[in-house]
Write a protein that binds this ligand. Structure first.
Ligand SMILES: Nc1ncnc2c1ncn2[C@@H]1O[C@H](COP(=O)(O)OP(=O)(O)OP(=O)(O)O)[C@@H](O)[C@H]1O
Ligand code: SF4
Ligand SMILES: [Mg+2]
Length: 348
């Protein structure tokens, strides 16, 4: 790993305007360093802020989303750094796709149904080239073919097809190829396997492993599937009510979680091999962002809760001291008391 992070996020806050004078904070106090080549999974239940954070990192939030606070320092391919939050329109345009790209949640259904896959590739390649650079029709076709081959799709079959003529797995591969069109250093994938059957999920995961090994990009992988996170990520961050409440290596998180929420998420994972365990789910559901409980937001669902948990929001405190952002840290006042016993069985 390099000594310099590729992304350094500090004190990041993301809000959505919900009314004329009201807003909710969908991500808060987010801080992490991501190093070149690392793969970080963001996990958590629905509504915890995973997509918001992923979109925020690339300044791709919807219209009512805002980033009123924080810093996202990015190290470009040429080694210079810039705060993504301070980039102007043109600089952002150059940054997206050629430096960092995203495969959006649910994007498989966002292919234009009346446009052939080849046209989607041509549009992406034309729209996101650096200023002043043009590709001929032949160059566009050759690059589209090359990209499809990279994800092991047959260009002759895929480029002339309409989206409905491809299976879900083929569409997801095509989307990954599109995201890689301009050789980004950072790839954010938001639930890329959610709508796929298990076998297809496994083949996409295998594909991502292979592509990472070949192209060395840094990856942020958003998922509510802990099994996938275990397979794809070197490090895992758990989100709850818009905050990262635990972070560490995949081993730390799966075998020694120190936050009751992380432990609960892991206990709810269904192994594909081995004896069927007694699955434990976390009682209740995440709080409304508009009315967060006092102190630790997980308090109302936490079996370890004490009065002191309601006094202040627990900070993310380091438990280990490791380099390259691999420190195990948790935002729980009772981290030492959390018991976690179940063995995680990978689906590999
Ligand atoms: N455009 C929006 N306007 C207002 N609130 C929003 C908007 N998008 C998301 N939110 C709120 O922000 C919070 C986080 O949503 P987000 O989509 O980031 O969660 P998520 O962890 O990605 O969930 P999922 O697993 O369902 O994809 C939710 O409470 C959601 O209601
Ligand atoms: S701080 Fe308290 S309420 Fe929050 S997770 Fe830890 S023990 Fe539970
Ligand atoms: Mg999401």
């Amino acid at each position: 790993m390099s000594e310099e992070p590729i992304l350094s996020v500090r004190d990041l806050r993301i809000t959505y305007q919900t009314g004329r004078n009201s807003e909710v904070v969908a991500a808060r106090d987010v801080e992490f360093d991501l190093y070149p080549g690392q793969s970080m999974a963001l996990v958590g239940e629905s509504g915890c802020g995973k997509t918001t954070l992923g979109l925020g990192l690339l300044r791709l939030l919807p219209k009512l989303g805002r980033i009123p606070q924080g810093e996202i320092v990015y190290r470009r391919k040429d080694g210079t750094t810039a705060d993504i939050l301070k980039m102007g329109k043109e600089e952002l345009r150059r940054f997206r796709w050629s430096e960092a790209a995203m495969v959006f949640q649910g994007a498989m259904n966002a292919f234009n149904p009346v446009q052939r896959i080849g046209a989607h590739f041509a549009d992406t390649l034309k729209d996101h080239l650096p200023e002043g650079k043009r590709l001929s029709k032949t160059e566009i076709r050759e690059r589209s073919e090359e990209l499809l081959r990279m994800v092991r799709l047959e260009p002759g079959r895929v480029l002339p097809s309409f989206p409905h003529e491809l299976s879900g797995g083929m569409k997801q591969r095509a989307l990954i190829a599109l995201a890689l069109a301009l050789n980004p250093q950072v790839l954010v994938l938001d639930e890329p396997t959610t709508a796929l059957d298990l076998l297809t999920q496994c083949s996409i995961v295998e594909e991502l492993h292979r592509l990472r090994a070949e192209f060395g990009f840094t990856m942020i992988f958003i998922t509510h599937d802990l099994g996938l996170a275990a397979e794809l990520a070197d490090r895992v961050s758990t989100m709850y009510a818009g905050r990262i409440i635990e972070t560490g290596t995949a081993e730390d998180i799966f075998y020694d979680p120190r936050h009751p929420y992380t432990s609960g998420l892991i206990n709810a994972v269904l192994p594909v091999v081995g004896d069927l365990p007694q699955l434990a789910s976390i009682p209740g559901s995440p709080p409304s962002l508009a009315t967060l409980p006092a102190g630790c937001a997980f308090g109302p669902r936490c079996e370890y809760v004490q009065d002191r948990c309601r006094e202040a929001v627990p900070a993310l405190e380091p438990l280990t001291d490791r380099p390259d952002g691999l420190t195990h840290a948790t935002a729980c006042l009772r981290a030492e008391d959390v018991q976690h016993s179940r063995e995680v069985v990978s689906r590999a």
